[in-house]
Design a protein around this ligand. Structure first.
Ligand code: SF4
Length: 328
């Protein structure tokens, strides 16, 4: 049976501030206020496909910071589809400083099962420079509370923020792993029109990551989460919405996740070659069958990189190998 999710955007509702990089209109493609009729219609459309409903998700904005009665009206409407078993759970995303015991009680009452927090960075200076309006301590407190109350916890982090560098991203990933989230999303920073970051970029104060730089650091943190057994459910902004029309600069690529996985395979292949003491020549690299294209790399970039280092590589499938495992 196919599963279907319903994703609903609550654009810019309830945001007490304006983060340097955020232009919700570009990210979600919408500024229209979501109403209960929109939820009923989206659910009806999703169920028409005869797929089984999985999650109703409220993304964008700061869900638990929106006006209370309005938030409850949205939750109440979604919860009726959990009660009648059309869907299995409700997912929301919000700010870490908009989560407390009282909010959690409301979320529980209306069948919210998963909460994603926009942590973005675990460095207070980076958070402040990007006008996030919360601290790393807020992320820790909210994460612990949500886990203690049995919610599925998702954490989102960004790379390439104003004032950030690769070491900061690695440290943020390490601190996020300590919080044991159930899922993670990684977003390299994209400069969008009409944001403070666009102003900083145009004045020369901010230098965005190139796609190449983003792939390097995102592949490192992706591997850290992989080793910690924490699923990364998204890497990079979706190409839907209006991101392209609001795009000014930064790392935006429709296959960023695949590029990062390819980069991990390249590193693993180099490690395997080094450990085997092979310095050059013809080599057969075996990976799990589904990873052939990731080991080869987009447009054969991994094969070409290894060729430049003296290796003439053939990539072959082998059943039973783990993700990112490369043997010769
Ligand atoms: S809290 Fe979220 S929605 Fe609000 S301005 Fe920041 S990134 Fe945008």
């Amino acid at each position: 049976m196919k599963h279907t999710n319903v994703a609903l955007f609550v654009p810019h509702e309830g945001c007490p501030n304006q983060c340097s990089f955020c232009n919700q209109r570009s990210i979600s493609g919408s500024t229209k206020r979501l109403n209960v009729k929109d939820i009923d219609e989206a659910v009806a459309t999703a169920l028409k496909t005869q797929a089984q409903g999985r999650e109703i998700a409220f993304f964008g904005g700061s869900f638990t910071a929106i006006e209370r009665e309005y938030m409850i009206s949205l939750l109440r409407t979604a919860a009726k589809y959990i009660d009648n078993r059309s869907f299995t759970g409700i997912r929301i995303s919000t700010r870490p400083d908009a989560v407390d015991e009282e909010i959690c009680e409301i979320l529980k009452k209306y069948k919210v099962s998963a909460v994603e927090l926009g942590a973005q960075s675990m460095d207070d200076e980076v958070l402040s420079l990007n006008n996030r309006g919360h601290t790393a301590g807020d992320v820790v407190r909210a994460s612990r509370l949500l886990k203690a109350l049995g919610f599925e916890l998702g954490l989102q982090m960004m790379t390439g923020l104003y004032g950030s560098d690769d070491n900061e991203s690695i440290e943020t990933a390490r601190k996020i792993i300590e919080l044991s989230p159930d899922t993670v999303r990684i977003y390299p920073t994209v400069v969008l029109r009409g944001t403070e970051l666009a102003r900083l970029y145009e004045s020369g104060e901010y230098k965005p990551q190139t796609t190449e730089q983003a792939v390097k650091i995102c592949s490192v943190v992706l591997e850290m989460f992989h080793e910690a057994n924490i699923p990364v459910i998204r890497l990079g902004l979706h190409s839907g919405g209006n991101v392209m029309s609001g795009y000014v600069a930064g790392a935006f690529h429709p296959s960023l996740g695949e590029l990062c996985k390819g980069e991990i395979y390249l590193r693993r292949a180099r490690q395997a070659l080094m450990q085997a003491g092979i310095e050059k020549g013809k080599v057969k690299l075996f990976v799990k069958p589904e990873a052939i294209s990731q080991m080869t790399g987009q447009k054969r970039r991994n094969i070409e990189a290894l060729k430049a280092e003296g290796y003439d590589c053939r990539v072959l499938p082998r059943d039973g190998l783990a993700e990112y495992e490369v043997i010769m």
